[in-house]
Structures are given as C-alpha cells and as structure tokens.
Write a new protein. Structure first.
Length: 197
C-alpha cells in the first residue's frame, strides 16, 4: 500500500473521482504531501475545497473513455481509481450504468495503464457490500464474498480484475484498499447497507 505521508512528494498522482467523498479526501492528503495532483472527474473540483489553499489540476472526462484515460495517466506515478457508482440502491435502479462505471471503467483504466503507464501504482477501493451477509466477526479479508446487489457484484469483479492485473499484463504494482471498514454489528445483521461503500 502507498504511504501518503512519506513517498509521494513531487510524484504525479491522478485521482479518478476526485470530486467525490473518498476522492476529495485523497486529493487533500496528496496535496498536503506535496504531490502533483490531477483530478479526473465528470465535473470540476469545487474551488477552495482544500484547506491549505492548494488546488489540483483537473480534467473533465468520462472514466470509460479510453483515449481520455490514456491521456490523463500518461507519466503518472500513482493512480487512485475512486470513480464509480455509489451504492446498492442506485445500482438496483440502473444496473447497466453501474456496470459501466464500476467494471468497464476499471478495465479501461487497467488496459490504459498497460499501454502508457505500466510502472504506475493503482489503488482501488473495495466495499463492505462485497461481503453481503457475514458469517463471522471480525470480518477478515478472506471472508467469503456474497454480494447481493449489482453494485456489490460489480465491485467484486473490479477488485478481482485489479488484483490479477500484474500477473496478466506485466504492470508492476496494483493494490486494493481494504473492504473491512464496515458497520456490521453481528453476523447476519447490517447497518446502512442501502448506500455507500
């Protein structure tokens, strides 16, 4: 995993979904670490969103557009793939849109990395929803995955694709963030399972 506090000064970091909840926090941490930050999103970052007054560069684009993705990641050192759907409820209402922003977009990114940025690292956040109904606590990374929504199933597929990429393509580094940051209270009971990651 990347140590934001020590290893990113002067590195070029691209944050997909950098205007969203997770992405905007990563952008702030990267700016504080003196990284060169580019936000790639469907909208411009809000001016003044970062407390130290520094602002990232930004590119407005579609994460499933291979040309746009290749253009923004060329020469990147670190890539944070935080664009995508936002939970089970929306994925149930529009599973094809969720498939596009979760699976297709991640595959576009990984293939683009193979072509133009094979030495870049990629961080892809997992989701607690990938586990579905849990059978034991605490929930460990090797707990069986039983996603129950299109969002969860797409996250499972995208996580598996991301972790297999170094073996499949020769890209040097890939990392998936932990899925276990969860609100489970006891086996079989979940809080907040309708939305979020």
């Amino acid at each position: 995993m990347i140590d934001i506090g020590t290893s990113l000064a002067s590195s070029r970091c691209v944050v997909f979904g950098g205007t969203g909840f997770l992405g905007s926090h990563i952008v702030s941490a990267l700016l504080a670490a003196d990284a060169e930050v580019v936000v790639f999103d469907l909208r411009q970052p809000r001016a003044g969103a970062h407390s130290d007054g520094r602002e990232p560069s930004s590119v407005v684009g579609d994460v499933a557009d291979p040309d746009a993705v290749r253009g923004v990641i060329d020469a990147a050192d670190h890539i944070f793939a935080f664009a995508g759907g936002s939970g089970a409820v929306r994925s149930l209402a529009n599973p094809l849109a969720d498939l596009r922003t979760s699976c297709q977009a991640q595959l576009v990114l990984l293939e683009s990395m193979r072509e133009v940025a094979p030495r870049a690292s990629v961080v892809f956040p997992g989701s607690r929803l990938e586990y579905g109904k849990v059978h034991r606590l605490p929930v460990a990374e090797d707990h069986p995955l039983h996603g129950t929504s299109p969002y969860a199933l797409h996250k499972i597929a995208a996580t598996a694709t991301t972790t297999s990429t170094p073996r499949r393509t020769g890209c040097t580094r890939s990392s998936c963030a932990s899925r276990t940051r969860t609100a489970h209270t006891r086996p079989g009971t979940r809080r907040g399972t309708g939305t979020g990651s």
